[in-house]
Design a protein around this ligand. Structure first.
Ligand code: B3K
Ligand code: ZN
Length: 853
């Protein structure tokens, strides 16, 4: 059994030694790679006294170990190499080690591994210890020099290239960095290249490295990179700091991408794009991830984390920055709505179940299990709130101070908050609760109109979460606007700062009782609990000047209607259809915004809503309710949607621009509803004529939604069968649109298809993720969904524990459901726990999920 040790934030101590420099030499071979490491070490003045030198190392075969050239007596166990203090000089010394590793046998995709004949690495969080013996912790920063020996034509590492010859290359990274940012790539790769000059005139060579044949799918990623580099100069004053910036696309990758210094490694699905193969969503994601990894160069690399508890220091901030960037590149309103949709569907879901944890956790078993929506997305929201509270000017000053004060540091959340306190003279001790208290606050709102005074009263409840029963009230920035009954705005957006459990705010000088628009821009990650006055949602959907709240009013109404149908079997409400028709057919509104309004809330989100009402969600009823609503929508809005479809079905040449993507989104939304009425005629012709993947997949989805499209599925596979990233869409769609009772069987059949490579994380996530996302299918009362997911997690776990653990979050909502479903889910969780040799990664997840029920 894997050793399970809990690490606590409170136990932090600086490392015993300082590593002044590291020289690495790699003799690459699939089965026997030799890694020589020369470390210049000295005792760390921050840890007075004489200490043993303990280096992390896992799965390494030690060949030799010398101190200052003399063979040293090292004690080696499964996770470390130790040299005893008595055998070490009391001043600077040089440690040389040589180890052997087998990248080809590395299926966990952590450390040095192979993908399609190419060598690559993934070290964050603790993968470097699978490459050589080293203090594998982010506060140990050092200068790295790397020599790679291999016959492969392209040999890359961090920093700047210094020399190369036949069969070797040397790299030098002048910036001290922690080992998790180390990277190496070797392969037969082709570059798509460009040049960039920084604001102060440094020329930078940019390269995106891909497999031969993929070079013509890199233009959008390169364009996104150049825009990101410029944006970070203009908005944050941050310049790039090396002569080259390399990006490599890899097919086997456990996540989206990795910000290794000067050598970002990407999951190929977030690099490669062409109109024929990438949807508009793919383009949006590529732009965001390229930006995210690039922005890490300052927020993550130049300033890194002291320990892994501080992960949100780099991730929350970098997500916040990539959201700002996407908002500037595209429609800020649309981006904000999409970001909140994601936040609710992933982070609120996490916060509401057994896996809830603070943005800065205080203990963990496997750090890879804490790269979560809470650390990333809620971490970004916390920064957004901080910016709202201090104001844009102070935010800018604080960030400048942060970069000045902490460049080159491994910093903490305390350091981060201190720069804001110093820049603003504000006490942020209460604000800090956002980092330490888990759970989504519920904000209850009531209002009163008396003698010409309008009062809004807020009550905040911070629900208990695992390990945290009692909570303090948080600081909540609540952006509010007030509208007159005729629809005019009488009080434009102001920020109310709530600091107590219950608090009232008064508005005077109003002529009539206003309609409040609360939590504009989603100014805090909370659940708003407000019983709206009759017609209030429809009124705000029609009149609110805040685009987020305009959309939110329609969303809230749709949720209310869906929950009512699922719980009480009421008919679809016509006030919802009328209100939706009004925005859909308002040609003055952005098509992308109208498309968003037409997207019905997801079934999992309704289950979340019903659960929050204190009721037990029934997935089958929720599914039926959603179907009924889309059917009613198709009938009520059909003629108008047909007009919209016609207008938008133009022949303009393809551009991935947000404006054109918005028009496509509205066109496809219209098509989906129209297909419910016409038996698939329009969609079949749209599929045949499609000139972009967005249109092709949109038409196919519309057909499957209307239980058509078998011929189109066959022709799609014939066309794209050799492109695995494109085929993922084909797999996912079939599972997404499978009837609840068939979903598990459909997923099973697709996995068993000859040639389906379930060991590849993209494939595995696509199929199992799509099944988990088919709410009524995964939670089918037969238990078939639970069983299939557990079966496959157990198959993947011995090969790739990280991805298995990640996908296991499919089960995180199990305590919400009825006794039968809970029993079935529990049985599968217990079956996993009982598996011999379950990985530590998956074990931690399953144990945490089981603890809830
Ligand atoms: N920092 C990496 C994530 C590493 C995940 C390790 N399990 C990508 C990112 O957030 O940019
Ligand atoms: Zn990141």
């Amino acid at each position: 059994m894997t050793e399970q040790k809990t690490v606590h934030l409170a136990d932090y101590q600086p490392y015993t030694h300082v590593v002044d420099s590291v020289d690495l030499t790699f003799g690459l071979s699939p089965t026997a790679t030799r890694v020589k490491a020369r470390l210049s070490l000295r005792p760390n003045p921050a840890r007075p006294g004489r200490h043993d030198l303990r280096l992390d190392g896992e799965g390494l075969t030690l060949i030799s170990c010398t101190v200052d050239g003399t063979p040293a007596a090292a004690s080696v166990d499964a996770s470390s190499l130790t040299l005893f203090a008595k055998d070490l000089p009391d001043g600077p010394f040089t440690l040389d080690t040589e180890v052997e590793i087998a990248p080809q046998a590395n299926t966990a995709l952590e450390g040095l591994y192979m993908s399609n004949g190419m060598y690559c690495t993934q070290c964050e969080a603790e993968g470097f210890r699978k490459i050589t013996y080293y203090p594998d912790r982010p506060d140990v920063m050092s200068r790295f020099k790397v020599r790679i020996e291999s016959d492969l034509p392209v040999l890359l590492s961090n920093g700047n290239p210094t020399a190369s010859g036949a069969g070797w290359a040397e790299w030098n990274d002048p910036w001290p960095k922690p080992a998790y940012l180390f990277a190496l790539v070797a392969g037969d790769l082709r570059a798509h290249s460009a040049k960039f000059a920084t604001a102060s005139g440094r020329p930078v060579d940019l390269h995106i490295w891909v497999r031969p044949g993929d070079e013509d799918r890199c233009a959008y990623a390169m364009d996104s990179l150049i825009r990101s580099m410029r944006w970070d100069e203009q908005v944050y004053g941050r310049e790039y700091d090396l002569d080259v910036f390399n990006i490599v696309a890899v097919d086997d990758f456990n996540m989206g991408a990795m910000e290794n210094k000067g050598l970002n490694i990407f999951n190929s699905r977030y690099v490669l794009a062409s109109p024929e193969t990438a949807t508009d969503d793919d383009y949006t994601r590529i732009e965001a991830i390229i930006a995210h990894e690039y922005f890490h160069n300052w927020t993550g690399n130049r300033i890194t984390c002291r320990d892994w508890f501080q992960l949100c220091l780099k991730e929350g901030l970098t997500v916040f920055r990539d959201h700002q960037f996407s908002g500037d590149m595209r429609s800020a309103a649309v981006r904000r709505i999409e970001d909140v949709v994601t936040l609710r569907s992933r982070q609120f879901r996490e916060d509401d179940g057994p896996l809830a944890h603070p943005v800065r956790p205080e203990s963990f078993v496997e750090i890879n299990n804490f790269y979560t929506a809470t650390v990333y997305e809620k971490g970004a929201e916390v920064i957004g709130m901080l910016k709202s509270l201090v104001g844009d000017g102070a935010y800018k000053r604080a960030l400048e101070l942060y970069f000045d004060r902490h460049d080159g540091d491994a910093a903490t959340i305390e350091d981060w908050l201190k720069v804001f306190e110093d820049a603003t003279d504000r006490d942020l001790s209460q604000f800090k609760l956002w980092y330490s208290q888990a759970g989504t606050p519920r904000l209850k709102v009531t209002d009163a109109w008396e003698n010409g005074v309008y009062t809004l009263t807020f009550t905040q409840k911070n629900p208990p979460t695992p390990g945290q029963a009692e909570k303090q009230p948080k600081v909540i920035p609540i952006k509010v606007g007030l509208l007159n009954p005729n629809g005019d705005e009488v009080v434009p957006t102001i920020m109310l700062e709530m600091t107590r459990a219950k608090q009232s705010f008064r508005f005077e000088g109003l002529a009539a009782k206003p309609v409040p628009s609360i939590l504009r821009g989603f100014s805090a990650p909370v659940v708003l609990d407000r019983k709206p006055a009759p017609g209030e949602h429809a009124f705000l959907l029609a009149h609110d000047t805040d685009p987020f709240n305009k959309w939110e009013a329609g969303r809230a109404l749709a949720k209310e209607v869906m929950a009512e149908i699922a719980l009480k079997g009421t008919p679809v409400r016509s006030d919802w259809l009328d209100a939706l028709a009004a925005v859909t057919f308002d040609d003055t509104l952005d098509p992308a915004f109208r498309a968003l309004c037409l997207r019905l809330p997801g079934e999992d989100e309704i289950a979340q809503t019903i659960h929050a009402m204190g009721r037990i969600p029934d997935p089958a009823k929720i599914h039926a309710a959603r179907r009924e609503m889309s059917g009613a929508l198709a009938i009520r809005l059909g003629d108008g949607l047909a007009r919209i479809y016609k207008e938008l079905d133009d022949n303009a040449p393809f551009s991935p621009s947000a404006a054109q993507a918005g028009r496509r989104a509205l066109k496809i939304a219209a098509l989906q509803f129209l297909t419910r009425r016409d038996g698939g005629k329009l969609a079949a012709s749209a599929f045949a004529r499609a000139r972009s993947m967005t249109e092709e997949i949109g038409a196919l989805a519309a057909l499957l939604d209307a239980h058509q499209g078998q011929a189109e599925l066959i022709s799609f596979a014939a066309r794209w069968g050799r492109d695995a990233n494109v085929m993922d869409k084909w797999y996912a769609l079939q599972i997404a649109y499978a009837e609840p009772g068939d979903a598990a069987a459909v997923a099973d059949r697709l996995i068993q298809t000859t040639g389906f490579d379930w060991k590849n994380p993209n494939r595995f996530r696509t199929v199992i993720g799509a099944l988990a996302a088919n709410h009524a299918g995964f939670h089918h009362r037969s238990g078939a969904g639970y069983r299939l997911v557990a079966d496959w997690l157990l198959k993947l776990d011995p090969l790739n524990p990280q991805t298995a653990a990640r996908v296991s979050t499919a089960f995180e909502t199990w305590p919400r459901y009825d006794a039968t479903r809970r029993k079935r889910a529990r049985k599968e969780l217990e079956r996993m726990l009982a598996a011999p040799a379950l990985s530590g990664d998956l074990r931690e997840m399953v144990e945490r999920m089981l603890a809830a029920g």
